[in-house]
Ligand binder design. Sequence first.
Ligand SMILES: Nc1nc2c(ncn2[C@@H]2O[C@H](COP(=O)(O)OP(=O)(O)OP(=O)(O)O)[C@@H](O)[C@H]2O)c(=O)[nH]1
Ligand SMILES: [Mg+2]
Length: 318
Amino acid sequence: MAPLPSDPAALAELVCAGDRRAIARAISWIEDEHSSAGELVAALWPKTDGALVVGITGPPGVGKSTLVGALVREVRNAGQTVGVVAVDPSSPFTQGAVLGDRVRLVEHDTDDGVFFRSMGSRGRLGGVAEATALASAVLRAARFDVVLIETVGAGQSDIRIADMADIVVLALQPGSGDSVQAIKAGVMEIPDIVALTKIDLPGVDMFRSELRLALSIDPDKAPRLVEVSAPNQTGIDELWAAVVSCREELGDAAIEARRQGGLEREAVAAAATRAGARAQQAIDRDPAIQAALAQLHAGTLDPLALAQLLERHTGGDA
Ligand SMILES: Nc1nc2c(ncn2[C@@H]2O[C@H](COP(=O)(O)OP(=O)(O)OP(=O)(O)O)[C@@H](O)[C@H]2O)c(=O)[nH]1
Ligand SMILES: [Mg+2]
């Protein structure tokens, strides 16, 4: 097997040709904040347009990964290729694939039309949101027809999936009353589609009524409700049809506007995350800042002055 190039432009070329090892290395560079990651992303960026990007979000344990596995099967049956990025904030130490997720997708292991990658949330300057967005860009550049992003949502992570995905599916299972309350209170952003998961379990009827009521508050924004039982592949065809028709109804102009707005907000968030991480590093390590901290504690320096000092020390081109 030929060794992979360490030149970012050459690696980008292989990614665009769909080389699986190159795709894996590209995402690792992004995760590790490799010194050539910036050049790699710059080379890939012009090629990231084609795919349909779908975010699957929802509270922990509602069945997102199972749903992703079922959707992958559905998309493959429809003759399209699919790349998956799953964010696993509960595993700060995992690099690359998380075993549990891999097991669920094991049937696709020998299928070149599927690529799966799990992102741990290790300490990166740019944060896991930035890494996830860029991993999605790698998969788009690699010409997958569909990119799925799984992330724990509903206020449980710093990832704003709506800024990364064309279409957002919120997964809720019977009994996730908190999420219904959040929808009612207008705290939770309304997704395009709600997938009511685990409909093979008891308690579905009541939950369905509760959910319908919460979603009817603003009929203009009401998402579609699709009921699924992913391990049995029940309702998955309907869910995928809902995604596709939602994309069609929105049209290219609305999708483009979503993407532009999302990129802008993501860039602001990534800049803020980096600035915060650098400020923390300075507090931990920079002698000048530590001297200022001592002054803060002694009452001879005020917090605004410390903030300005931090900005001066850490702002710019690190
Ligand atoms: N009965 C039933 N169980 C399900 C269904 N979907 C998922 N499960 C089970 O629910 C549990 C959680 O499923 P996951 O797919 O890992 O859920 P998740 O939302 O990805 O979980 P996190 O990523 O940890 O937040 C697993 O034990 C699944 O087997 C379903 O439709 N019916
Ligand atoms: Mg999961």
